[in-house]
Ligand binder design. Structure first.
Ligand SMILES: Cc1cc2nc3c(=O)[nH]c(=O)nc-3n(C[C@H](O)[C@H](O)[C@H](O)COP(=O)(O)OP(=O)(O)OC[C@H]3O[C@@H](n4cnc5c(N)ncnc54)[C@H](O)[C@@H]3O)c2cc1C
Ligand code: SF4
Length: 331
């Protein structure tokens, strides 16, 4: 690991000044540090200034209600705090469950909301400094011919990562926005935060170098649900995950937002499933099953990951059931 300077700014404004400081060629923010420090240890990232924004004074109030019945979540709020928050559970259970299902208790106690959204992909070729793949400036995506069990079934390449964040699809279905300081934009929707590899293979998100996430807002989403399929349900990265938010009138679904995770390089909205769910009664199990059956339509699996196309409709249907307040075992 190369030597680097270390700073503990007292505010986001001060952190922004450090990001813009021309004495440093690669200043990098560290929140919980779970991903940044991993990158440094693996030789994938060599900042000359590490800016620790967890220091006292920067950490804003965690979670509060907004005037429209939604939530404001501070960027530095940990996944554990989000998962345990009664107001997140009441306002957007999909977000509480997505946070609570990520990683391990130890990781959730440290990992922050903003860091979770901006973590880099888990592709083993990317994480191994021996492989100079497309994402690192090389000419080849090794996953295409190589080990691709955990890679994308949607997105069309040329890089086939899946976006690793549990929170991103959950926040997306709640109309989530990241609020920013340090640049020209006050905020960006979660839907606009990420780009597909075809729009830029070296990075995954749209933030400028000096932009810092201060907090996240979501709209009210009390009828929402999250479901992840993992190899080990105790702790593992999801094989596929689904986040769902429903609007209902009586017992009929009037509108739905559905986003799949771990299947594409960005949180993957499923507009055909959203349209198919509209008009279905929440107690119509056959209708719900039929609406979710097409969740993997259009998927283009690699050699070892077609199983994801079979799992996705199941995950989506179970997330829908959770959004209706029912357990998947009931249907
Ligand atoms: C064993 C293990 C299992 C895991 N399983 C899961 C899982 O199942 N699901 C899942 O979603 N994740 C999982 N993770 C990943 C983990 O959740 C992320 O690494 C963590 O959330 C990153 O958050 P952090 O605060 O530590 O970010 P950091 O590592 O500090 O930062 C990550 C990135 O975000 C940037 N950043 C941080 N804060 C800001 C900000 N406010 N504004 C602008 N940029 C910022 C940093 O510069 C960096 O680029 C797992 C990790 C481990 C180690
Ligand atoms: S999927 Fe992306 S990160 Fe992984 S080897 Fe291919 S180009 Fe590299």
């Amino acid at each position: 690991m190369k030597a680097f300077a270390f700073a503990r700014p007292a505010s986001f404004a001060e952190a922004g000044e450090l990001l813009a400081d021309r004495r440093y060629s690669l200043p990098v923010l560290k929140a919980g540090g779970m991903d940044v420090v991993d990158h440094m240890k693996e030789g994938l990232l060599e900042p000359d200034l590490l800016i620790d924004i967890r220091a006292t004074g920067v950490r804003p109030a965690g979670i509060s209600r907004t005037d429209d019945g939604g939530l404001r979540i501070g960027a530095m709020t940990t996944l554990a705090e989000i998962a345990a928050s009664p107001i997140v559970r009441a306002t957007a259970p999909v977000v509480a469950d997505a946070a609570g299902s990520a990683a391990t208790p130890q990781v959730r106690n440290v990992a922050t909301a903003a860091g979770n959204l901006l973590q880099r992909p888990r592709c083993w070729y990317y994480r191994n400094e021996q492989f100079h793949c497309l994402k690192k400036g090389g000419h080849t995506c090794y996953a295409v011919e190589g080990e691709n069990k955990f890679h994308a079934i949607f997105g069309g390449g040329p890089c086939h990562i899946v976006h690793p964040s549990n929170l991103a699809p959950a926040l997306a279905v709640c109309g989530g926005r990241v609020h920013l300081t340090g640049g020209d934009r006050p905020s960006l929707s979660i839907d606009d935060l990420y780009h597909a590899p075809a729009q830029g293979v070296w990075s995954e998100h749209e933030l400028e170098k000096n932009e810092i996430i201060t907090h996240i807002t979501i709209g009210p989403a009390s009828r929402s649900g999250f479901y992840a399929v993992k190899e080990k349900q105790s702790f593992d990265w999801p094989l596929v995950m689904a986040s769902v938010m429903l609007r209902t009138q009586g017992s009929s679904i009037t509108a739905a937002r559905v986003s799949a995770g771990a299947v594409a390089p960005i949180p993957w909205r499923l507009p055909a499933v959203e349209a198919a769910l509209a008009g279905v009664r929440v107690d119509d199990d056959a209708g719900l099953r039929k609406a979710c059956a097409g969740a993997a339509d259009g998927a283009n699996p690699l050699s070892d990951n077609a199983y994801k196309a079979s799992l996705l409709p199941v995950a989506v249907r179970r997330a829908v059931l959770r959004a209706t307040g029912r357990d998947e075992k009931e249907a």
